[in-house]
Design a protein around this ligand. Structure first.
Ligand SMILES: Nc1ncnc2c1ncn2[C@@H]1O[C@H](COP(=O)(O)OP(=O)(O)OP(=O)(O)O)[C@@H](O)[C@H]1O
Ligand SMILES: Nc1nc2c(ncn2[C@@H]2O[C@H](COP(=O)(O)OP(=O)(O)O)[C@@H](O)[C@H]2O)c(=O)[nH]1
Length: 226
């Protein structure tokens, strides 16, 4: 039996976490778990945690750590048969510590993208709010302008994707993410990728995962034959 693979992807808004997670899910068969999508599902279903989370998201605040961990960790613990990549969690040191107590991560991918590139991408980011599907007018445009490919519903732009809002969001990301990055660096599982284009980063991520997933599977096989 092959060993399950656990990965986390981190990066500032617009760095390509969602886009790259989807590629990883398709190429390596990992489940893509997005904290934002999970929160939106809970909001749509009117769960107690969803109702509470909504009040923070509407004020553009992070959802408190205890709410996030109570929501996310049981979901991860259920996934005993699937390898996964986690996008959007952990965002804070308290979340990272809670995740470490629940499972052992194999790889953390950190995306380091220049500010000008982030601004340009977010200016052109359009979202289907109900599903979290993301488009970009230059990089991956919808088939029909302003309309989601699958549901046919209208796409929207987030207020805080405006270039004026980005600098503050980025500063906030850096402050909160720094101790998380330091923790993963100390555990020797952090891999940082810097470039302006997802298509140039992708081959490096793909070869990293090829090596890691293959190595893990062959050691699991050796253990099961011993
Ligand atoms: N791990 C988390 N901890 C706290 N709040 C979270 C977390 N993940 C998501 N949220 C909340 O849900 C909202 C939506 O999250 P989502 O990741 O979809 O979008 P985002 O914050 O705009 O990030 P990005 O632009 O990087 O995709 C966040 O703005 C935040 O309020
Ligand atoms: N022009 C361009 N846009 C990209 C690239 N990679 C991702 N995008 C777009 O940039 C935006 C941000 O990417 P997303 O995956 O949502 O980033 P996240 O906020 O980190 O999850 C989206 O509109 C993507 O379609 C790229 O290499 N070039």
């Amino acid at each position: 039996m092959s060993k399950l693979f656990r990965a986390v992807i981190m990066g500032p808004p617009g760095s390509g976490k969602g886009t790259i997670s989807e590629r990883i899910a398709q190429s390596f068969g990992l489940q893509h778990l997005s904290s934002g999508d999970f929160l939106r599902e809970n909001i749509a279903a009117n769960t107690e945690a969803g109702v509470l989370a909504k009040t923070y998201i509407e004020k553009r605040l992070l959802v408190p750590d205890h709410v996030m961990t109570r929501l996310l960790l049981p979901r991860l613990e259920e996934m005993t048969r699937h390898s996964w990549i986690l996008d959007g969690f952990p965002r804070t040191l308290a979340q990272a510590e809670a995740l470490s107590r629940a499972c052992e991560l194999d790889v953390v991918i950190s995306l380091n993208i220049p500010l000008e590139t982030l601004k340009e991408r977010l200016r052109h980011r359009w979202i289907h709010p109900a599903s979290g599907r993301v488009y970009n007018l230059c990089f991956n445009p919808p088939r029909m302008q302003g309309v989601d490919d699958i549901s046919g519903e209208p796409l929207i732009q987030h207020e805080d994707d405006r270039p004026e809002a980005l600098v503050a969001r980025l500063r906030h990301y850096k402050d909160v993410a720094k101790p998380v990055i330091d923790l993963y660096k100390a555990k020797n599982i952090l891999h940082t990728f810097s470039d302006t284009d997802t298509d140039r980063i992708w081959p490096h991520i793909s070869s990293l995962l090829n090596t890691k997933i293959r190595t893990d599977q062959s050691s699991a096989q050796r253990a099961s034959t011993n």
